[in-house]
Design a protein around this ligand. Structure first.
Ligand SMILES: [Zn+2]
Ligand SMILES: [Zn+2]
Length: 334
């Protein structure tokens, strides 16, 4: 099978590898397509350490072609979305239900080989069978959507509340839709005006840019009071986190789900004085079924989120495209 193998920073090569055979508890998936995200870019660029050689790719879908002898929950021929994280199942965190926080958690495409190949072998429990009516593009967004579903749930979003979404990349544009499906009013906050029309088309009630304190005033005007009830931060920069803390009213909630890699200076005086609740949200625990349900019912649409498509053999171009201002979700197909 053909695989894109990362041998070092920015050193990715197409190679021929042996076809895969599932062991106990495993399934082999014929990969249809994989999405690319900021995590992939950081690994490809050498900003995040991994063991080389590595077949990256953690947002992928495909068809089950073989299962281990003890696997009875999946059948060859089933189309599946892959949940690319699995935990040890036995540590205190796992037993408490916090499997997303397990210190021994394995990420497919990061810690072990993933979906930038014609085939991937993974635990069968990572495969979520797809409803018949769901398209490949919809299914591929299940992974980032699961991240967003958890963030919104962690924020205890309630019908009738006002929310601000920071960042209008793939996660932000999904968050707008999830919040709207839950009956909130949503203010989208982008760095520039570029995505204003798209954010509104996907349901945002209003849009503002984040420069020069504009978002704080906009959040007050939008909520008709001291700020919004809930902020979902998806941009994953230190600056965005600081801005996010300015948008809720006293007593409001801020969910951080973007991953800020740089340190920032947070005004904790304001956090105490305004009794803000800052809530971290890390990937997902049980959110894949809800993500797939939102996609299959059309509550969340993805048509305008997949902006670039490349064949696997041109994966280098896919990484370049990920950095272009027009890119929302870049995919590679095998
Ligand atoms: Zn990702
Ligand atoms: Zn564990």
């Amino acid at each position: 099978m053909q695989a894109a193998v990362l041998h070092g920073p920015r050193d990715i090569r197409m190679e021929n590898r042996a076809l895969l055979t599932p062991g106990a508890g495993e399934a082999v998936v014929q990969v249809f397509a994989s999405g690319l995200c900021g995590t992939d870019y950081r690994i490809w660029n050498g900003d995040r350490a991994v063991q080389y050689p590595l077949i990256m790719g953690h947002e992928f879908i495909g068809e089950v072609v073989a299962v281990g002898p003890d696997v009875h929950t999946l059948k060859p021929g089933q189309k599946v979305a892959v949940e690319p994280n699995y935990s040890c199942g036995v540590c205190p965190l796992c037993r408490e239900g916090n499997r997303n926080l397990c210190l021994s958690r394995i990420a497919i495409g990061i810690d072990v080989n993933g979906g930038f190949a014609e085939q991937a072998c993974l635990p069968a429990r990572c495969c979520w069978p797809a409803p018949a009516e769901i398209s490949d593009d919809q299914l591929m967004l299940a992974e980032p959507l699961a991240v967003v579903v958890r963030a919104v749930a962690r924020g205890e979003a309630r019908r009738g509340e006002s929310a601000a979404v920071l960042g209008v990349g793939a996660l932000g544009l999904l968050a707008i839709q999830v919040l709207k499906a839950k009956g909130l009013r949503v203010l989208a906050v982008g760095r520039t005006e570029q995505r204003q029309h798209l954010a509104r088309a996907l349901g945002a009630d209003d849009f503002t840019t984040s420069g020069e304190g504009g978002a704080t005033e906009a959040a007050r005007a939008f909520s008709g009071r001291e700020g919004v009830d809930l902020v979902i931060e998806t941009a994953g920069t230190g600056v965005a986190v600081e801005q996010g803390l300015e948008l809720p009213h006293p007593g409001g909630r801020v969910v951080l789900t973007g991953l800020p890699h740089e340190t920032s200076t947070v005004n904790f005086f304001g956090v105490v004085r305004r009794e803000l609740r800052i809530i971290g949200s890390m990937i997902y625990q049980q959110e894949f079924p809800e993500a797939i349900r939102l996609l299959s019912t059309g509550a969340v649409t993805v048509d305008r989120l997949v902006t670039h498509r490349f064949p696997l053999a041109r994966i280098g171009e896919a990484f370049a495209a990920h950095r272009s201002p027009e890119a929302i979700k870049v995919t590679v197909a095998t």
